[in-house]
Design a protein around this ligand. Sequence first.
Ligand code: NAI
Ligand code: MG
Length: 396
Amino acid sequence: MSDYLTRKRICVLPGDGIGIEVMEAALPVLKALNLPFDLEFGDIGWECWKREGNTVPDETWEKINQCDATLLGAITSKPLAETEAELPPHLQGQNRRYVSPVIQLRQNLDLYANVRPVTDITGENRFRFVVIRENTEGLYAGLDYGRIPDQFLPLLQEREALGAPWRREGQEDATISVRLQTRSGLERIFEYAFDYASRHGFDRVTFVDKPMVLRHSSAFTRGVFESVAKGYPGIEGVIENVDAVALWMVQRPERFSVVVAENMFGDILSDLGAGVMGGLGFAPSGNFGKLGAYFEPVHGSAPAHAGLNKANPSAMFMTIALMLEHLGYPQEAQYVTAAVSRVARSSVRTYDMGGSHSTAQVGEAIIGECVSMAALNWAQPCVPTSPLGATHAQAL
Ligand code: NAI
Ligand code: MG
């Protein structure tokens, strides 16, 4: 098999703040593991906005579109007033709209599944689950209004007629946000969740909703969930209340396997999952769709820590592990995950783990562990495998 056929192109976007430092510390693991990857570096984030009023420059889009996967560090977003104020003078007053690069990536590539595995980094295997968040609709569909638009008044009047009065403070003194869920949007995220379960050896998918309060929309989502579940007879599909799931995730995380939820519930539960895992310093994420995939740590740019070489790079390593699994290198992904766990249990720790080691030192320790784990297998050539073990070489 020629090298040309197995080489993968990765678009590397360090972004802002600690994103740059954790990327710098973790990226050398690809070379240390001798992986046949070509890296394309691109700009993204707040510095691009400040320079050209565009958080994702055209050249960056070109790179993203040409590559097999995108790896993002972190980006900075700021409130509306600052987005205008920090533009260069010649770009001010043009009504330029700031859209977070993360949102742009998800929307333009239609990356509907946000996947956040929660693993026990202590190595004790007390829990292993994943939160799969729908990325494109739900309460974050963009139907969010800082006043009540005229179009909603008939609905509020109808509600009033049913005995649920609206406190009439005027359209300017109330807001409204709409939870949009479509049959096709639900079907694809549920199918993704059940497929994920069968690929990763889980026997249950928990759909998180609020059926007793959001009665009508939840009756609809339930119908779609149950019909998708029928296609996966070996996997149990259950529906649970979001508040109860939050409680159990903290108290009995071992109860969960694949957890799937609409955008806002999934957003909250996936950060809760990061907490269960040991904090933002460890939590990885991947975003998947038919047009591509991008990977980023759950944490943001942590401006207070930026440039101090103190952020924990573990989340970036775990994110790289997700990317390796996606690209057909599950063995190397396991080395990286196991190395993060080993170092987390050692005395080489960043401040968030009660230590005083730097980002670079923890990064070097993790890479050192990876290399020793991989050493035994280095006699064999590096051939990508699918998550199920069949080699891509055979498919080619
Ligand atoms: P953040 O995740 O950047 O930081 C919150 C706190 O968590 C930090 O102050 C720090 O104490 C801790 N922390 C985060 N990552 C850490 C690491 N690797 N090691 C050790 N400690 C870590 O969230 P915050 O402060 O709400 O947002 C800061 C900026 O990041 C904002 O501009 C926000 O818009 C952006 N952001 C970007 C995200 C992304 O790139 N996807 C996600 C979340 C926030
Ligand atoms: Mg979040």
